[in-house]
Design a protein around this ligand. Structure first.
Ligand SMILES: *Cc1c(COP(=O)(O)O)cnc(C)c1O
Length: 429
């Protein structure tokens, strides 16, 4: 079971990760501060590895969810591949030493430059470009031909899963910009003879994020299976791989996401037979949030308590530039004190926790009942901040980005320094 406190636990009233108390780190390094637990990434990763062990498989961590080099190295050393969506992410993968055959490149807007970069990666080029449109395929073909290469491709199929029956992912599905239809896939197959720079390896899908039910994946996998059955009749060579995407949800509050064993069971149900019959066929998955989300917290210090008639505002030193999700998606994050103490009854009003940025959207929690009421100078942890936290941060309001810390084997290490004011104006005239 995932939980916001799965890898961060109280011991004698102090919040810790892997037996390291977070408050001492916060005092030493200042706040706001991202803190990750290595076990937070490794535990779900290893569980997925074990569940898929019977297949020729590759787990490609969606590095946009958390792209710190040390995190990428941590996962790559465990055998993880990477799913990336930009030239910048490919550069990060290269700096982290991720092997070419473990990289897939997704995204609707790859430039010719990025295609070149992918084809040249470590000399051999990456494992697959997950192509999202016919025009993109045409450009990729031209780029590959100009380099005297064949680009490995998976077509990203949009399975058009009925969004209405699955409201949790409706936003992911209305975005028509992702993927191509079955008719277009078939059209591409017919035109492959005219594309000497393309090597069709497989089909990919990715239907959305923070999925809390397996049923949309069940639908999508079913449609994918139908499609590949049909394709195999038209293709000279067998498909070499299927990329099933990411999207498994996590618990932010009290949601119950699908378990990893049940997720693996669904993969087995749809593709187990094919994969057993064709051991050369490789299955990929692209988990992001389910590996990183509950592996990290954002620590912040309470600056002020501002009393209003019916509620209090707690102003903390972290803001929407550090963690954008609440402002962007009105998403929920649990917020807990680093030190548990006796309830302070004078502060029993409903509380909103807000940051210092000049936007009303800069709010981490609205009208919450806090059984433990932090006061000025106290530290709090915003939980489940390991995915789409630092990687979405900005310097809005000219706030330097926070430091990042990794706790592993009972020790902590700064894996990204706090930005300085000089960093803020770097490159400006
Ligand atoms: C973002 C993304 C993922 C990861 O999604 P999660 O919900 O974080 O698991 C996987 N594949 C693609 C193509 C993506 O764009």
């Amino acid at each position: 079971m995932t939980s916001p406190l799965q890898f961060f636990k109280y011991s004698r009233g102090a919040l810790q990760a892997e037996n390291v108390p977070l408050e001492s780190i916060a005092r030493e390094l200042g706040t706001p501060l991202y803190v990750y637990s290595a076990n937070g990434f490794l535990t779900p990763f290893r569980e997925l590895q074990e569940e898929l062990i019977e297949f020729n498989h590759l787990i490609c961590f969606a590095l946009k969810s958390n792209s710190n080099l040390s995190i990428l190295r941590l996962l790559a050393q465990e055998g993880s591949g990477m799913d990336l969506v930009s030239g910048g992410e490919l550069y990060r993968a290269e700096m982290a030493g991720v092997r070419a055959e473990n990289i897939v490149f997704s995204g609707v807007g790859k430039t010719a430059e990025e295609m070149k970069q992918g084809l040249a990666y470590q000399g051999t080029g990456i494992y697959s470009f997950n192509v999202e449109s016919l025009q993109e395929l045409t450009v990729l073909n031209q780029v590959a031909v100009s380099m005297n290469r064949r680009a490995p491709v998976a077509l990203r199929f949009n399975p058009d899963v009925n969004a209405k029956t699955h409201p949790y992912i409706s936003t992911g599905l209305k975005k028509n910009k992702f993927g191509i239809s079955k008719a277009e896939v078939l059209e591409v197959i017919r035109s492959l003879d005219q594309m000497p720079g393309i090597h069709l390896k497989g089909i990919s899908i990715h239907i959305g994020s923070q999925l809390l039910s397996l049923s949309p994946l069940d639908d999508a996998f079913g449609k994918l299976r139908e499609l590949i059955d049909e394709l195999q009749q038209h293709l000279k060579n067998r498909l070499e791989m299927l990329d099933l995407g990411g999207g498994l949800g996590i618990t932010y509050k009290d949601e119950v996401p699908p378990s990893i064993p049940n997720y693996a069971k669904l993969i087995r149900k749809h593709f187990g037979k094919q994969l057993k019959q064709h051991p050369g066929m490789r299955i990929l998955i692209e988990p992001g949030r389910s590996l990183s989300g509950n592996a990290g917290v954002l620590i912040s210090k309470v600056l002020y308590r501002k009393k209003r008639r019916n509620k209090d505002f707690l102003i903390i030193d972290a803001a929407m530039n550090d963690l954008l999700r609440p402002a962007l998606y009105e998403s929920y994050h649990e917020i807990v004190p680093l030190q548990q103490g006796p309830r302070k009854s004078k502060n029993s009003a409903k509380t909103s926790i807000v940051g210092p940025v000049c936007e009303s959207a800069d709010c981490f929690a609205n009208d919450r009942d806090f059984s433990l009421q932090p006061d000025c100078g106290d530290f709090v942890a915003i939980l489940s901040a390991g995915a789409y936290g630092f990687s979405m941060s900005s310097t809005y309001n000219s706030r330097p980005r926070p430091a990042e810390v990794l706790i592993q084997n009972g020790e902590f290490k700064v894996i990204r320094k706090r930005e300085t004011w000089a960093d803020l104006i770097r490159g400006e005239d």
